[in-house]
Design a protein around this ligand. Structure first.
Ligand code: GLN
Length: 474
């Protein structure tokens, strides 16, 4: 039975439990054992007993949760030494919503510190290995969540995406990742990075699982004033065709420097597949996209510098004892934060300081508005915008860590949608040199049902086989 359990998607596992063909305890114990034997460093905490369960559509399906989400009584450390051992007194709404539908927390997953990074190498708990090639990164910042799902250590996982942190690791690990419309999923209990960009979403084996998870994630939450009621129920995607669909390709952006030939080939093959399913492909331009990366790397650090002020040694986690208060703050932050987090706090504080605010933060906000307008104009003529998710396949551990700018370029294609607050999914489109390539499908705000439908049609036609990693021994 164990290998059968391993082959089940989360959707199939939930159905098998509902039919009585699979015992909840057996499913949980199967994944608990695999997660406990994790050799990828994907988990920072694994449950040792099966938690109490409630009945519901997800009853008994184990869930891996990025460590950025607060989970009551369970370590929630956001990949940071400053939160080492911190167990919050409450659970994030996103996690609580899935638990209310019957999902059970299997473990917490490793991540870049405070979700700052694209490789999971900025974690105080060490890097995560890519299950396709252990010498490579899984992507980031939700690297542990992506690796855990891709390696079959968890049926699915929650991640967060501020500039690409669900989509890029999903792409690099050969799985599906959905970044929601801003506000569709509550941010309550997510340890804040950049509040105007942060979003929570699923990392799954397939598109149907992403839809199932997302159905239970969305909703207005009184504890997050920016959360909204999703205007329609999330459907189970069944589309096989793309007839009547117009897909826009930002050719100049996609053909820019830095995109690997194998990624471009896979992307072109996906466009061919979309055409064969009935879609019309048109060209589009996002002229501000070339400034989007720079704008993001001002806005996100600016918000982070404010959000991270709360880690002062008084209220949470680490405290370095010193003879006076100022020294205690300074030494706690000095010891507790890693290099990338310090870099962002410095950049963000500088960009917000008086005299520089207009030149940096103000201008970045104007670029943000332009990007959102340009995307909205494209969505007047097209149903979707598609790009590769990442310009490269998984890169080697250590290859980019010394050069922050090369690391930031990983987010070239994902950041415009983050600035605009619009939804996007990454699905596997094939392999380049034996490593997965991701295809990003983006739509206007609240078009998740349509995005999931198109992603399902393409997924079926592409026929990518991820079971080579999740089907194996752990
Ligand atoms: N890689 C980007 C960054 O480092 C995005 C991270 C994210 O989406 N959390 O900020």
């Amino acid at each position: 039975m164990a290998s059968d359990v391993q082959s089940l998607s989360a959707t199939a596992a939930a159905e098998a439990i509902a039919d009585g063909g699979l015992a909840r305890g057996e499913l949980f114990e199967h994944y608990r054992r695999r997660a406990a034997a994790d050799k990828l460093n994907a988990f920072t905490w694994v449950a040792d007993v099966e938690p109490a369960q409630v009945d519901g559509a997800l009853s008994g399906v184990p869930l891996a949760v990025k460590d950025l989400f607060c989970t009551e009584g369970i370590p929630s450390q956001a990949g940071s030494k400053i939160l080492a051992g911190y167990c919050p007194p409450y659970t994030a709404t996103a996690v609580a919503n899935l638990e209310a539908a019957g999902a059970v927390v299997l473990g917490k997953t490793n991540q870049d510190e405070f979700a700052m990074g694209s490789s999971n190498e900025n974690s105080a708990f060490g890097p995560v290995l890519n299950p396709w090639d252990h010498s490579r990164v899984p992507g980031g910042s939700s690297g542990g969540s992506a690796a855990a799902v891709a390696a079959g250590l968890a049926p699915w996982a929650l991640g967060t995406d501020t500039g690409g942190s669900i989509r890029q690791p999903a792409a690099l690990c050969g799985i599906v990742g959905l970044k929601p419309t801003y506000g569709a999923v509550s941010r309550y209990g997510m340890i804040a990075f950049a509040s105007s960009l942060d979003s929570a979403g699923p990392l799954t084996r397939d598109v149907a699982d992403a839809a199932l998870c997302y159905r239970h994630l969305v909703g207005r939450d009184g504890n997050d004033a920016t959360s909204v009621v999703f205007p329609e129920p999330i459907e189970t995607p069944t589309s096989e065709r793309l007839d009547g669909i117009t897909i826009a390709v930002p050719t100049a952006l996609v053909e820019g420097e830095g995109i690997e030939p194998g990624v471009r080939q896979s992307f072109e093959a996906s466009l061919e597949t979309a055409r064969s399913l009935g879609a019309t492909i048109i060209d589009c331009e996002i002229p501000s996209a070339r400034y989007a990366l720079s704008a993001y790397y001002v806005i996100a650090p600016a918000e982070a510098s404010s959000n991270l002020a709360r880690f002062d040694g008084v209220r949470y986690g680490l405290r370095v004892e010193e003879s006076n208060l100022d020294a205690m703050y300074t030494e706690t932050r000095h010891d507790g934060f890693g290099a990338e987090v310090k870099r962002r706090i410095l950049i963000g504080t500088y960009a917000l300081s008086s005299g520089y605010y207009d030149a940096y933060y103000g201008r970045a906000q104007r670029v943000r508005t332009l990007v959102a307008r340009e995307l909205a104009a494209i969505f007047e003529r097209a149903d979707f915008i598609v790009t590769p998710t990442s310009p490269t396949v998984a890169f080697g551990l250590g290859d980019r860590i010394a050069d922050p700018l090369s690391m930031y370029l990983s987010d070239l294609f994902t950041i415009p949608m983050s600035l605009a607050g619009t939804p996007a999914i990454s699905i596997p489109s094939g392999l380049s040199e034996g490593l997965p390539v991701g295809l990003q499908i983006c739509g206007p705000a609240f078009s998740e049902n349509r995005i999931l439908g198109a992603a399902h049609a393409l997924e079926q036609a592409i026929g990518f086989d991820g079971s080579v990693t999740w089907g194996g021994a752990s």
